[in-house]
Design a protein around this ligand. Structure first.
Ligand code: SAH
Length: 228
């Protein structure tokens, strides 16, 4: 069993259209779709937006389905200046950019008293993701993704996240899912397609590219499933 989680319905449309023998079950208001994708047994859910929804969904999936791996896909804002809508980012690791105990001398993003600063993705799954992105002919890069409960839509904030964390993309769920997977010692990978450049015009671009970027991200995950 492999679990796939996305934040929004638009981000699972492609999976649902291809899923076979689908059944549904709900926990804590989250619907999990179970079935076959690329011949693999899958549990699939929309977690909702933000870190708390994402963390809860990941733990529910782990407790109820005991997956061998978890894949998180969806859309993100680009922080690296040369990233454009419909490029792909394969996370090497993720950080919670809005965790701030800097008053105590901790670095921004460090969760106090945790051994992790950033949460690393499984290298084998990330390698499958790269191969899949290459097969799809997508422009992709690997790097750090910064997650926080904030839609980033200003040059200042985007520049800050880029220079502070060297993050290539920002979104609102990935690091929370990564955090839960690390604590459960579950291999995971996060794939995000750029819907908007978080520096300029993020809102307009997000609206314009959401469905195409969501499909690209899901298509890349389908390629990973074939390799697992
Ligand atoms: N009212 C909007 C809210 C979208 S929030 C809606 O319901 O569509 C943006 C979502 O896309 C989050 O799930 C987040 O992970 C991702 N995202 C895309 N671009 C982002 C950006 N520039 N900053 C933060 N999150 C972004």
């Amino acid at each position: 069993m492999i679990t796939i989680i996305a934040a929004m319905q638009e981000e699972i449309d492609l999976y649902l259209s291809k899923m076979k023998q689908e059944t549904q079950i709900s926990y804590a208001g989250i619907t999990f779709y179970r079935g076959l994708l690329a011949g693999k047994e899958i549990s699939l859910a929309v977690c909702g937006i933000g870190k708390v929804n994402a963390a809860m969904c990941a733990q529910l999936a782990i407790d109820h389905f005991s997956p061998q791996a978890l894949i998180h896909s969806g859309v993100a804002g680009g922080l690296a200046p040369d990233l454009k809508p419909l490029d792909l980012v394969i996370a090497q690791s993720l950080v919670e950019h809005d965790m701030d105990t800097t008053h105590f001398g901790d670095p921004l993003g460090q969760i106090p008293r945790m051994k992790y600063f950033d949460f690393p993705c499984d290298p084998t799954l990330a390698e499958y993701a790269k191969q899949s992105a290459e097969e799809a002919g997508a422009d992709f890069r690997t790097g750090l993704i910064a997650s926080g409960d904030q839609f980033v839509a200003s040059h200042e904030k985007a520049d800050f996240l880029y220079s502070q964390f060297h993050a290539c993309a920002c979104e609102m769920e990935g690091a929370a899912i990564a955090h839960v997977c690390c604590l459960n010692e579950l291999p995971f990978v996060v794939i995000r397609a750029i819907s908007d450049n978080a520096r300029t015009g993020a809102f307009m671009q997000y609206e314009q590219f959401l469905s195409q970027a969501a499909a690209l991200s899901a298509q890349t995950v389908m390629g990973i499933l074939e390799k697992i």
